[in-house]
Design a protein around this ligand. Structure first.
Ligand code: ADP
Length: 543
């Protein structure tokens, strides 16, 4: 027997309609690409999103067509979230930090018809335009006065397109399983893989993300998403915030410590979201000016593991709680969170910091399990570690335009190796491809990196497994020193001695000026392994 309730589709356009009606005066503030601060309300954003949808329809864009965006976090990119998806087209966010071949691959694979682009990113498209197979034109997200000189054909001006329309537009109704947005994994090896979100998955994810025990997003929230809108839709935050009329502050292209602090201070933001490297820069800047983040209650950290030193600094110096989150492009992205709970309140600061280094409990809607090498499920005892498998309504089923399912018996293999403790806290041990196999045992490169960055002379650390004649692999530490300092293996290893098992201590340390990162800001270990995999063997034969 079926229930008797309305079978109304969940559509992204409902979010902006709701925001217009019930949060009309709540503010959206942006640092613009042109320079200066722009502010308007959800009411303005809703009207302009309708105009955008109308303008795109006038260009012949239809349900199912793909439109690329290559843009920073600003109000215009926000309008694309609704203007493109709301009309039934697919918003394909493109990461400007991708290599040229990957960008060309993505534009062609998604069959983008137009790309909406920030003026200062247009040169990236000019450089790759010859390879674009399906593109009909470019829409530069600025006004006529700021339109850049370009040798590209069919370049339109965003503000002119919008001004050419009125906002008398009814959002179309369609099946909630219709595609809404398309993100590609950065593909550290091989071609990027497309994850095609539906209206339904996006809506359910946003509702779950906003919940009090998730990101706790409400009309009282003033949030700064530093996580880019081209990286898993800024973790779904623009949707979740609009459902609840939060004040939203977009940082534009300026992601350095000084620019972020200026916005945090001026707009009194209380919820910040971003990857650890962004917060390292902000914390260093705050130290240099001797100020604290007065307005900030919560800093959400995801994308890479949050080191304990960062958790401690946010709490002790700035009175802010570091909410550690884990997820991935294939999961829209939210999987787990270290939500503050009454149990956490009862812990000593030190015990709570330890707990916060774990990636957290599954948010409602996500199921997790870990599998051993034989494929059998492992116990949730906080000790056993294995392949982390997930399932849920906002998790990928198959990759875009790729044959076959992405699943194994209905579960998605995250590529992460993890433990789960009896209370349900998941902890990432490593990416399965990064784990170091020493004498038949595993060493977590993430744990070593996080412990090493606690050393006062280490600014950034990366650990890879290097070939070893006796143990198969041993840890090799690459460290960027704090400016003006030197780091040595002896000093780091004596610092690590009471933090990790003795047989985990790195065999060698190489001081480097900088470490390579992927387009999403993670340590890029592939080229480091290529260069240094035989380092220990070479040392051995040289001695
Ligand atoms: P890509 O870099 O390919 O775009 P994602 O951004 O989807 O990939 O990254 C997902 C991966 O990032 C996860 O599978 C995990 O390995 C890593 N990751 C994300 N959040 C965390 C975290 N809090 N701690 C450790 N690793 C994390």
């Amino acid at each position: 027997m079926q229930g008797n309730m309305m079978n109304q589709p969940l559509l992204i356009s409902q979010i902006i309609q709701h925001a217009e009606q019930y949060h009309s005066q709540a503010e959206i503030v942006s640092r613009t690409v042109e320079g200066g601060i722009h502010r308007y309300t959800y009411r303005d954003a809703a009207a302009r999103s309708r105009k955008l949808a109308k303008a795109l329809s006038a260009l012949g864009i239809q349900v199912g067509d793909s439109i690329g965006t290559l843009a920073w976090n600003t109000y215009r990119h926000y309008e694309c979230y609704f203007g493109i998806s709301g009309l039934g087209a697919v918003m394909n966010t493109i990461n400007p930090r991708l290599f040229a071949e990957q960008m060309t691959y993505i534009v062609n694979h998604s069959r983008d018809r137009y790309i909406m682009v920030d003026a200062n990113l247009l040169p990236l498209l000019e450089a790759n335009a010859a390879g674009f197979e399906t593109l009909e034109g470019y829409i530069v997200m600025t006004d006529r006065a700021h339109m850049p000189e370009t040798r590209l054909d069919n370049v339109l001006c965003y503000e002119e397109l919008i001004e050419g329309q009125d906002d008398d537009y009814e959002w179309p109704q369609f099946d909630e399983n219709t595609a809404a947005a398309l993100c590609y994994t950065s593909g550290t090896t091989g071609n990027p893989k497309g994850v095609l979100y539906s209206h339904r998955s996006t809506m359910i994810h946003a509702m779950a993300a906003a919940a009090p025990d998730a990101l706790n997003i409400s009309s009282r929230t003033s949030l700064l998403p530093v996580v880019p809108m081209f990286h898993v839709n800024a973790w779904g935050v623009p949707y979740a915030a609009s459902m609840h009329g939060s004040k939203m502050v977009f940082p534009g292209p300026a992601l350095d410590g000084a620019s972020l602090w200026e916005l945090i201070d001026a707009e009194q933001t209380n919820l910040l979201l971003g990857v650890p490297t962004v917060w390292l820069a902000l914390l260093q800047y705050m130290d240099s000016i001797g100020k604290t983040l007065e307005s900030v209650n919560t800093v959400v950290v995801g994308g890479s593991a949050a080191p304990e030193s960062m958790i401690r600094t946010f709490h002790q110096k700035h009175g802010a709680f570091l909410l550690h989150a884990w997820g991935m492009t294939e999961m829209s992205p939210l999987g787990t969170l270290t939500t503050p709970t009454p149990h956490m309140d009862s812990l000593s600061d030190e015990d709570r910091y330890k707990l916060q280094t774990k990636q957290g409990k599954a948010t409602f809607g996500v199921e997790m399990k870990i599998l051993g090498e034989d494929g059998a499920e492992l116990p949730h005892d906080g000790e056993a570690f294995g392949r982390l498998m997930v399932r849920g309504p906002w998790i990928v089923d198959s990759y875009f335009r790729t044959e076959g399912s992405a699943l194994e018996d209905g579960w998605f293999d995250t590529g992460d190796v993890a433990t789960i403790d009896p209370a349900g806290y998941m902890q990432i041990v490593d990416r399965s491809k990064d784990v170091i196999k020493s004498g038949g045992e595993w060493i977590s490169s993430i744990d070593l990196e996080n412990a090493a960055v606690g050393h006062p002379d280490v600014a950034e650390a990366c650990v890879i497994g290097a070939a070893h004649p006796k143990w198969d692999e041993r840890p090799l530490l690459l460290a960027v020193p704090v400016e003006g300092r030197e780091v040595t293996l002896e000093s780091v290893n004596s610092f690590l001695a009471d933090k990790v098992a003795k047989w985990w201590l790195p065999d060698a340390l190489i001081q480097v000026e900088a470490l390579p990162h992927t387009a999403t800001g993670k340590l890029h270990k592939v080229p480091l392994r290529e260069t240094y995999y035989n380092y220990l063997n070479e040392q051995e034969s040289a001695s």
